[in-house]
Design a protein around this ligand. Structure first.
Ligand code: PEP
Length: 264
């Protein structure tokens, strides 16, 4: 079981949404909710992951937010530093723009954009070396779950991670368990199934590093205000990576409240 001192994380993955004006409105609405009911950094880390060309405008819009909201990149290059890599943004360049957080290994990157294990590992390595905090996504497909391979697939992804994280870098790792069949489908893993996988991940991490008991493990896959409270009650679910519901400020705020409440 996790250390009860883990501060939860609730991160909104906006994916390839929305238009600039709508993203500004979304942030203004979120700021308004946080003004009415602040959520401290000790209660919950809140993050939003906009499209790359909205990272800096959103960061700017958040400067006067009542509660801190982290700006998270949805991806980064597997190439480090600077150089002749058209269309790419490295960890160093994100850091140079004060973007300190990045999602890596989201199933959409792995499945649609060909991020294989070696690419994902290179991205983690570069992100950590640039000083970023990585939200590392793992999860099994429906076929793998039905074949009874879910645990093996997910633990292998944790082992992949362990090959590139140095002993003193684990504090910059957050894990997000996202069963692929639950992403954007409206299907959520039951809290029992999600907790069972999170406990396995926790055990796997604890075998790899003494930091394992302190690493936040987020659940992702059709998280909504309606299921957030139950998920937040699970001992090894330390937050949520939220897709669709993060595009609605009221829903996203409710989810953050559900996780922040457990720290009250
Ligand atoms: C995601 O893409 O990370 C995700 C969890 O999406 P959704 O909440 O829409 O299922």
């Amino acid at each position: 079981m996790s250390d009860s001192t883990i501060t939860p994380w609730v991160v909104g993955n906006w994916k390839m949404n929305p238009m600039q004006a709508n993203s500004q409105q979304l942030i203004q609405d979120l700021k308004q909710y946080l003004k009415q009911t602040p959520i401290t950094e000790q209660q919950c880390h809140i993050g939003v992951a906009p499209i790359s060309i909205a990272l800096l405008p959103i960061q700017q819009a958040l400067l006067d937010a009542q509660s801190p909201v982290k700006v998270v990149a949805q991806d980064l290059s597997r190439m480090a530093g600077t150089g002749a890599y058209t269309g790419e943004v490295s960890g160093e360049l994100l850091k140079d723009s004060q973007i300190d957080y990045v999602l890596i290994g989201h199933s959409e990157r792995r499945e649609i954009f060909g991020d294989d294990v070696e690419h994902v590992k290179a991205k983690v390595l570069n992100a950590l070396n640039a000083g970023l905090t990585v939200i590392y996504c793992v999860g099994e497909s429906l076929e793998q779950r039905e074949a009874g391979q879910a645990e093996q697939v997910v633990l292998q992804q944790i082992c992949d991670l362990a090959t590139v994280v140095k002993a003193d870098q684990w504090h910059n790792i957050v894990v997000a368990y996202e069963p692929i069949w639950a992403i954007g489908t409206g299907k959520t893993a039951s809290p029992e199934d999600a907790q069972a996988m999170h406990a396995q991940i926790r055990q796997g991490l604890a075998q790899i590093t003494a930091e394992g008991k302190n690493i936040a493990i987020l659940y992702g896959g059709s998280v909504k205000p309606e299921n957030a409270v139950e998920l937040a009650a699970c001992p090894d679910i330390n937050g949520a990576l939220v897709g669709g519901a993060s595009l609605n400020a009221a829903s996203f705020f409710e989810i953050a409240r559900a996780f922040a409440k457990i720290k009250e």
